[in-house]
Design a protein around this ligand. Structure first.
Ligand code: SF4
Length: 344
């Protein structure tokens, strides 16, 4: 009978989770790693906007992490399920629209489900005590323990010696001596440990989280204020990372592509909405989203003129289309004070 202890690792793909996996593996535990994809990694967003398929990105990420960590890695898609966490976090937001405590709780509950399905004994993460002000202080780690329903079965190998003993240690599944006592924001000990344990390939090219980005947060908050009953969609969350955004009215917004990939994305993903573009010169594609009036379409066209290659001309020819409907405007570029007033 195979009596080897089995654990589920919740991994981000970064250095701390790579080290946590290496430490637990060293204690003779069978590790299955889970990466919960919620859709806000800047690298993934850029790739999707450029036209790559989420399933291909997830498969590549699983293969990369699996090679780096030396354990099987499952990348599970929770993009839609996560909208409820993002819009209604019980423990509030961090500095921007990052609901870090609820986010950790959400992911750890998912890891708990996998643990139960797979007959594993405990869950562990790469969390480091004191590394992040909101979600990795002592109280937050305790709260996550309690509310995740994993109390005693959630191990933080990186800081375990600074935390109460877990059931995994009490039951003898892992030895406390083999766990670590790292805390704080410095990465020095992690770098030394990575060198000592031969841990490489951990840096995630898709690293970071757009929910902590000030500009992204401004666009999402504007959407929340004006959404009415509209549900959040994955396309909408991608759009917050694209272009310059302008609020034309409570129900109409314009998004100006900043580069070729963004223009192509707007034309591909938002083709059922009003799209404006210059007729005779290179320039941006502008999405006019919502129940646009004639005045909104004129504003959208004026924004095209403002950001196209002929922005110093007295007027620019702009086409505005939605399906078979088409309007042509010969319009001066939007003046700077108007642009600033409308900017989100
Ligand atoms: S930074 Fe983003 S991914 Fe990380 S815990 Fe906070 S909300 Fe979740």
């Amino acid at each position: 009978m195979n009596t080897k202890v089995k654990a589920v690792a919740l991994v981000s793909g970064g250095l701390d989770s790579a080290l946590a996996v290496a430490v637990v593996k060293r204690l003779g535990v069978d590790v299955l790693a889970l990466h919960a994809s919620i859709g806000y990694s800047p690298g993934f967003m850029r790739a999707e906007i450029a036209g790559e398929k989420p399933a291909d990105l997830a498969a590549a990420e699983a293969a990369r992490m699996s090679a780096a960590f030396g354990v099987p890695v499952r990348v599970l898609d929770f993009v839609e399920e996560y909208f409820g966490v993002l819009l209604h976090p019980r423990h509030g937001y961090g500095a921007n629209v990052n609901p870090c405590i609820d986010c950790h709780l959400f992911m750890i509950r998912k890891a708990k489900e996998v643990m139960e399905r797979e007959g594993a004994q405990f869950v562990f993460t790469g969390e480091v005590l004191g590394q992040r002000p909101m979600s990795q202080n002592y109280q937050a780690l305790e709260l996550i323990d309690r509310e995740s329903g994993l109390e005693g079965l959630l191990v933080r190998p990186m800081s375990a010696k600074l935390l109460p003993e877990t059931l995994a240690e009490k039951n003898g599944w892992i030895k406390r001596d083999g766990l670590l006592d790292i805390q704080g924001r410095s990465r020095r000990r992690q770098m030394e440990l990575a060198a000592a344990l031969g841990v490489t390939g951990y840096s995630s090219p898709a690293g970071g989280c757009m929910l902590t980005d000030e500009n992204y947060a401004a666009k999402l908050k504007d959407w929340m204020r004006h959404r009415g009953e509209a549900p959040l969609t994955h396309e909408e969350t991608l759009l917050f990372s694209v272009g310059r955004h302008f609020r034309l009215s409570p129900s109409v917004r314009a998004v100006v592509g900043r580069r070729e990939a963004e223009n192509r994305y707007i034309e591909r993903a938002w083709r059922l909405e009003w799209l404006a573009m210059p007729v005779e010169v290179p320039g941006p594609t502008v999405l006019v989203q919502g129940p646009a009036t004639d005045e909104d379409l004129r504003l959208g066209a004026a924004l095209v003129a403002r950001y196209c290659d002929a922005k110093t001309s007295p007027s620019v020819k702009v086409v505005v289309r939605r399906g078979d409907e088409e309007r042509i405007f010969d319009i001066p570029p939007a003046p700077e004070d108007l642009v600033e007033r409308l900017r989100i």
